[in-house]
Ligand binder design. Sequence first.
Ligand SMILES: Cc1cc2nc3c(=O)[nH]c(=O)nc-3n(C[C@H](O)[C@H](O)[C@H](O)COP(=O)(O)O)c2cc1C
Length: 365
Amino acid sequence: MKLLFTPGKIGNMEIKNRFVRSATGESLAAADGQVTDALVSRYTELAKGGVGLIVTGVAFVHESGRSGYKMPGLHKDEMIPGWQRLIKQAHNYGAKIVPQIFHCGRQMQADSAQDFPPIAPSPIAYKRTGITPREMTDEQIWELIEAFGEAARRAREAGFDGVQLHGAHGYLISQFLSPYSNRRTDQWGGSFENRQRLVTEVYKRIRQVAGQDYPLFIKMNIDDYVEGGLTLEETRKTARLLSDLGMDAIEISGGTLELSIWKCLVPGIKSREQEAYFLPYAPEIKSEIRCPLILVGGMRTPALMEEILQQKKADFISLCRPFIREPDLVNKIEQGQEDPVTCISCNKCLRFLDRGLACYVDAEA
Ligand SMILES: Cc1cc2nc3c(=O)[nH]c(=O)nc-3n(C[C@H](O)[C@H](O)[C@H](O)COP(=O)(O)O)c2cc1C
């Protein structure tokens, strides 16, 4: 397991090993978006467990962008002290930590939609709720770009080691990128260049506000798996554009919450053949970019993770569900424990998310 435990870099952020905790929404924040003791202890456990880089669950940048309750925010300066407590714990145990900043756009749960009618690039009903979002005005789009910049400024002030943009899974940034959800005919929609404009402007604003040297990277879809949505042919070009722009790393994922979430969260991974389901896309994206590639999706065997690094198909190995069950997984791998990953990818963690994030396999048994 030599390479897995070699330090790596994302921009100027030095990470002690090649393990990333992929963004995982815990549904453990307070109703106003504040960090709670439960969140602080969750991140303390993760950092103690040896992971090099922790990406937090989605943190909304604007009130209109919270998809559901119990989600933490980076939308106000009042949020900074809560995050500082959590970051301090991660740093105490040698982990680096970044927030995943996001706006949900049209993918908003029905209860939140009552308080903040959803906004999106185009007025296309969200199939999970039947609610049609309002088309964003030019002014609202610029306000949102500013909100991303401000959230990144707060992240830096709080002491986060960088930020990750959520540009995947059908949330606002990916809604602008995808021709399925972006049917605009102004400068924000239509051509490939116009659909990239939002993410490009968000990138530029964050650089201006948080600094050129502040590590900034993105999670993006390589395929929406939706008719009329993004496919590899175009996402390769997006990856190149983002890398040329100066993005410090790209994490690749796929699927949208609305229509194809099981492509992101493949259930029942039992054999090596089912593992690493986005791996076939990695070389395609890697050949387009100059920054590190972070691979997520169904990796469960340390030997395979090591092989992926050896073959230079990815630079970092990102996991989500295994850490819900075993926050100390990286320590177990480092100690050479045989078959350390006991997550069976049953997705009960998602099904019972309203009770707060946990592995419900043993609880049910
Ligand atoms: C409970 C739960 C919450 C998640 N929350 C997020 C999130 O906030 N942001 C995100 O980009 N992906 C989220 N994901 C997706 C994971 O980051 C990851 O891409 C996916 O689970 C595949 O990796 P895995 O096979 O290692 O679990 C979540 C997944 C689960 C199971």
